[in-house]
Write a new protein. Structure first.
Length: 258
């Protein structure tokens, strides 16, 4: 299977399973990823997603050029997935948080998938880059429009115009990565972030993600006035009462997601 997908204890785990190809994404893998994201959106029991690549060398090396469709750059641009590379780079319909577990190289579409995550945890051996210009192409599936919104513009421009790679430490300094750890500590660090997310009220987390994603282009005053469905659902939820009650009673809250 080109993508492994499992759900356990409210956590979905999505693993691109092509380590022999540096977890590069071909058409079959792209289609499977889109199916998985759609399935996650329809499962109210899922409260967090961990996205990674199999093996130790790569998160994903991006598009599998050796299995290319033969389409020109213009043809690819005309028919590209509106949700971005891997169905996640620019996806707006996914309400639960996505953690990118970056275990190695994240290049091209691999980095674009990282840009679609909400939290990024990287091994100190990870490297990030958008080398499309070196092969006469462009980072069309999210990189060219999303990277400059997450890190300083000149840093983004330098990466894309030269095809250079950024270390995990540099990515963290630029604000792209939340935490960098040795490879042997990567799973423990990811699990710690997952555990903290699960301790938070699920509807509150969804409302926060919705506000972050849908109001970044607005002024603070304009953004505060936006009433997303997720915001309203959190404000009128049973969980909002449970959280206050648990605090007063000095106990752990029991979240019901309603």
């Amino acid at each position: 299977m080109s993508v492994l997908f499992s759900i356990e204890s409210h956590v979905a785990r999505v693993t691109i399973n092509r380590p022999e190809r540096m977890n590069a994404v071909d058409q079959e893998t792209e289609a499977r990823l889109e199916e998985i994201w759609t399935a996650i959106e329809g499962d109210r029991d899922i409260r967090c997603v961990v996205l990674t690549g199999a093996g130790e060398r790569a998160f994903s090396a991006g598009a599998d050029l050796k299995s290319g469709s033969g389409a020109s750059g213009l043809e690819y641009w005309a028919r590209m997935n509106p949700n971005g590379f891997g169905g996640i780079a620019l996806r707006q319909s996914l309400t639960v948080p996505v953690i990118a577990r970056v275990n190695g190289l994240a290049l091209g579409g691999g980095l674009e998938m990282v840009l679609g995550a909400d939290i990024v945890i990287a091994s100190d051996t990870a490297r990030f880059g958008l080398p499309e210009a070196k092969v006469g192409r462009l980072p069309l599936d999210g990189g060219m429009v999303a990277l400059q919104r997450l890190i300083p513009r000149n840093i983004a421009a330098g990466l894309m115009m030269t095809g250079r790679m950024m270390s995990a430490a540099e990515a963290q300094a630029a604000g792209l990565v939340n935490a960098v750890v040795p490879p042997e500590n990567l799973d423990a660090e990811v699990d710690a972030w997952v555990a903290d997310i699960l301790k938070s009220a699920p509807l509150s987390v969804k409302a926060i993600k919705a506000t972050l994603r849908r109001t970044a282009h607005l002024s603070p005053m304009e953004a505060r006035a936006v009433q997303t469905p997720e915001l309203i659902a959190a404000l009128v939820s049973e969980d909002s009462e449970e959280g206050v009650a648990a605090f007063r009673e000095k106990r752990a809250p029991v979240w019901r997601g309603r």
